[in-house]
Write a protein that binds this ligand. Structure first.
Ligand SMILES: [Zn+2]
Length: 94
């Protein structure tokens, strides 16, 4: 018998392309063109459009580049998808 463990596995469908992130692990967001810190601006847009982010473009406040909201660099893994498979607290023995 394996000691592998997952507390909970769930799935969810979204009507629109949605940000799927790692919860509170994302701390910094940087511009895809100049590398400027756009954390506050990025979190504001993500909070506003989270489940309706689609393929929206926005002009970054650092250098003005207009780019899709899935192109900034996030310091923790994120994805943009219409389906989410979620494993909470996975543990792989040995
Ligand atoms: Zn920039």
């Amino acid at each position: 018998m394996s000691d592998d463990y997952v507390w909970e596995v769930s799935s969810k469908f979204y009507d629109q392309v949605t940000l799927i992130d790692a919860g509170g692990l994302t701390i910094q967001i940087t511009c895809p063109l100049c590398g400027g810190d756009v954390t506050e601006w990025g979190f504001g847009l993500l909070a506003k459009y989270r489940e309706n982010i689609g393929t929206r473009d926005a002009a970054a406040p650092c250098c003005g580049v207009t780019a899709p909201l899935d192109t900034p660099r996030y310091d923790a893994p994120v994805g943009f998808a219409r389906f989410q498979l979620y494993a909470m607290t996975p543990y792989r023995a040995g």
